[in-house]
Unconditional design. Structure first.
Length: 258
């Protein structure tokens, strides 16, 4: 089903008496999942005939104008249903860039959660296997796989602490509470030269994994924390926005060497 984005730009006017620009109308953005029916919002009603237009200006019954265009994968991704917290896009993007996985790659995702990581990687690789032990997580992941219409994702119930039922992966993502317990299964399932990536909210979890990995046929490439700082750029104002340096998780990357 085609999904749409409605955007109304913020409007400002310079008020001489105040000697500054004042917001006349705030910017708005709406994600439209179903264009087969009218869309209702605080700016009025946009009819389904208007929603069917492509790359055009549409008007609500209150006279509010919006630009409409097809939603991208990321637009849809930001609105997926979550049974469990998903890894932020900034961290997934780093993993994608750092490991170099692509259209011929096979990825194993352990700890499916809501399926966010599996769906994200499926857009870039040949095949994704994702595993979880929680039935609710499995159902939510399958729902999100279906939502994106992905055909290259296989989801199964499996305990990654005991065995990962897939082999010769180019990348294994361990998004688990105790990732050190999955070292053996991960090393059995990753190909030589492949990447094992561990995602942990706490540095003590990362420490436990790194220490457990010593003596095995793998090298610790790096452990990083991705910081995204949002900036306000408006007229003469150029400064970081408050509270933009928010911690998400620690990413540790390893490679199997033998």
């Amino acid at each position: 089903m085609i999904k749409k984005i409605l955007i109304r730009k913020e409007r400002k006017e310079f008020i001489a008496d105040l000697n500054k620009s004042v917001i006349i109308s705030e910017g708005k953005k709406y994600f439209i999942e179903d264009i087969s029916r009218d869309f209702h919002c605080s700016e009025g009603v946009i009819t389904k005939s208007e929603l069917e237009k492509e790359n055009a200006i549409v008007t609500s019954n209150k006279g509010k104008e919006f630009f409409i265009f097809d939603a991208s994968f990321v637009d849809s991704y930001k609105g997926i249903k979550k049974q469990a917290q998903t890894i932020p896009l900034k961290d997934l993007g780093f993993i994608l860039a750092e490991t170099g996985i692509g259209k011929d790659s096979v990825v194993i995702d352990t700890g499916s959660g809501s399926g966010g990581s599996a769906c994200f990687f499926a857009r870039h690789v040949k095949k994704v296997y994702t595993f979880d032990i929680n039935e609710n997580n499995i159902r939510q992941t399958q729902e999100n796989i279906n939502y994106f219409g992905l055909k290259n994702v296989v989801i199964k119930k499996a305990d990654a602490y005991k065995k990962i039922p897939a082999k010769n992966a180019d990348l294994i993502l361990l998004d688990l509470t105790e990732p050190w317990r999955a070292i053996g299964p991960a090393m059995d399932s990753i190909r030589v030269g492949g990447f094992v990536v561990v995602y942990c909210p706490q540095i003590t979890q990362t420490q436990g994994f790194v220490n457990q990995l010593s003596g095995m046929n793998a090298i610790h490439v790096k452990t990083v924390e991705m910081i995204e700082r949002d900036w306000k750029v408006e007229g003469l104002i150029v400064r970081p926005r408050s509270l933009s340096n928010i911690h998400s998780g620690f990413i540790s990357i390893f490679r199997k060497i033998g």
